[in-house]
Design a protein around this ligand. Sequence first.
Ligand code: AMP
Length: 264
Amino acid sequence: MIQIQNPVMWKQTMEQNTAAGLKTGFVPTMGALHKGHLSLMERAQAEQDLLAVSIFVNPTQFNDPTDLRDYPNRIEEDIAKLTDIKADYLFLPGYDDLYPDSCRYSVVEKDFSGQLCGRNRPGHFSGVLTVVLKLLLLTEAKAAYFGEKDWQQYKLIKGMAEAFFLDTEIIACPVVREDSGLACSSRNELLSSSERNQAARLYEVLSKYARNPCAGAAESAAQELAAQGFAVEYLQQVEDRLLAAVQIGSVRLIDNVRVTAISS
Ligand code: AMP
């Protein structure tokens, strides 16, 4: 696996591969890789000639400095996992590499980014969209793979790619879960074992109400979660998804399921 820190070198390398007729599948991440991330990479490997991964914990999408400070850093383990699955390229930029403008320029979406996860986190999705736009422009992959675990993020990125005529196809991949049903997340390792047991109830409750969609299902599910000790930030149906963000102790978790078909 070839590791690159410098954006110019990354761009040149990606361009050379495209010129050689090779199709790149790109998976941007913030590291602490788990089987959810790996599922995106497997899909990219199955569909494209080369797998390019980035690891960058993007400070501009964190509006809580404690959350950023506590975000897990497992770079040696991540490199071992990527080597193991035979990833071809790893982009590991630093802050100054990706933000030579000190973040004077950013992408703003004026509608959906203010809802759900954006409601209480001002600037979060601008941070996400800005860094993803930079990464997509630097990589110019045939396709980039994102998880439906972060469904709102996926929708916003897909919308941005269309709005800015990006050539990269934006592909959604299903949520990967632990045996308990808990959606795999780098944040799960911040949960104590009892919190982890409780966290699995989130999927159970969402699934139950998604299977029986009816007026007031979202409100009922929110009440049931609150009764079980979750601090519910939101629980809402958008399109065919029932989406939630909850807090257990100091850990914020998000999840979503498809309404009527519990296959995600
Ligand atoms: P992150 O490192 O949290 O920024 O995630 C990088 C990518 O992995 C994003 O597209 C996420 O949606 C995706 N991802 C994270 N967790 C999961 C999961 N449990 N299942 C599927 N994709 C996931």
